[in-house]
Design a protein around this ligand. Structure first.
Ligand SMILES: [Zn+2]
Length: 378
């Protein structure tokens, strides 16, 4: 009986009034809100405490259960230990990294890497942007609770399931820009994003059709299509996936690499905004988990096929993604503002590799779903 209490740090006080005694255990005297109160039978008292009661028969004891500590908070959101977010995973610290870096493995091929004070995490070798930085408090690694729910949990659950579609799937390919909207340009090479994106889409479409997919395009020639109409075409064609194809441009001519965007979850800041994430749920947020899995597989496939710099899987509230009723992603296949990459993008061979990446990413998406997709069309 005594041993039950030996390991605890409870403070005991005995209040005797007349023939009865109230014994109050408090885990923390400064706790503003006491935890649940538990009645304990007198015979469960530790002996030396019970012995102080005037009359054992009349003693009534109230034990205050230790309240759970409040969840840690950083950057204005609740955090949780990675050990709770990824139960059963094992951690190793990567030596001599500053700030510190930790690597977590599931034993089933899962791998997360977190860097302290950084939103850039890696899942199985692909950069995935968290909405809030990982934290190392000197003892434990922590991640924000919203990131666990929106990113760590769904990606960690994406194991190989091989649920290959038995119903024919419709893929909507959306070559960016068109007509009067040229998109990014490289004047030196005289190339425009709208032409290169269309070529990428047509190459990807041919490969997907050869694999048995039905392919629909938001445009198949050089014409202007509004952003709203592009999303509406996904609905009208009952598309199973929406894939928007773009090339990047930046003021910094050294900016380079591949990035993919999926819709920002509700109340999360977008990757490039530095915002506070106060936006509520949009229609496309019903598919947050599937958006993430699609974006992850397409980012991974593009990196494999091109070997370019990994700018990561990001979140944004792009108009074409906001109202989708199917999973959607926007791909950026390199920088037209970067001299070296623009030369690469100008070659048909590179755009064919990007097209193969789209086909591969789509197949990987269907092979890694956490549960079988519905087999009936909408
Ligand atoms: Zn674009």
């Amino acid at each position: 009986m005594h041993e039950r209490f030996a390991g605890r740090t409870l403070l005991a006080a005995v209040l005797a009034a007349g023939a009865s005694a109230l014994i109050w255990f408090s885990a923390c005297t400064t706790t503003p809100e006491p935890g649940p109160v538990v009645e304990v039978a007198p015979e469960e008292l530790p002996e030396e405490v019970g012995a102080k009661g005037a009359d054992p028969v009349e003693v009534s004891i109230v034990v205050e259960a230790k309240p759970p500590p409040p969840p840690p908070e950083y950057h204005g959101v609740e955090y949780t230990a990675v050990t709770s977010a990824l139960p059963g995973w094992t951690m190793e610290s990567l030596p001599e990294e500053d700030p510190p870096v930790s690597r977590w493995t599931s034993g089933l091929g899962g791998e997360w890497i977190f860097a302290a004070d950084s939103r850039a995490a890696h899942f199985r070798g692909v950069r995935v942007w968290l909405s809030w930085p990982a934290v190392f408090d000197g003892k434990s690694w922590l991640v924000s609770r919203p990131d666990v729910q929106s990113t760590l949990a769904p990606l960690s659950a994406a194991v190989v399931t091989d649920y290959f579609p038995t119903r024919q799937r419709t893929i909507l390919l959306d070559p960016g820009h068109g007509g009067r909207d040229t998109g990014a340009r490289n004047e030196d090479l005289d190339i425009m994003e709208k032409d290169l994106a269309l070529d990428w889409a047509q190459r990807a479409g041919r490969l997907l059709e050869a694999d048995g997919f039905a392919v629909v395009y938001t445009r198949y020639d050089d014409r202007f299509v509004s952003l709203e109409d592009r999303a509406a075409l996904a609905r009208r064609n009952a598309a199973d996936l929406f894939i928007s194809l773009h090339f990047n441009a930046a003021g910094n001519p050294d900016a380079s690499g591949i990035e993919s965007f999926v819709l920002t979850p509700a109340r999360h800041p977008s990757t490039n905004s530095g915002g506070n994430g106060e936006t509520g749920a949009l229609p496309g947020n019903r598919l947050d988990d599937l958006n993430l899995l699609l974006g992850y597989q397409l980012q991974a496939a593009q990196l494999r096929r091109t070997g370019l710099n990994d700018r990561g899987l990001r979140r944004a509230r792009f108009t074409v993604l906001r109202d989708l009723e199917c999973p959607g992603v926007l791909l950026e296949g390199g920088f037209l503002s970067n001299r070296q990459e623009a030369r690469l993008i100008a070659t048909p061979g590179y755009r064919e590799r990007l097209a193969e990446a789209v086909r591969e990413g789509v197949l990987d998406y269907f092979r890694h779903l956490p549960e079988p997709p519905p087999e009936t069309g909408r």
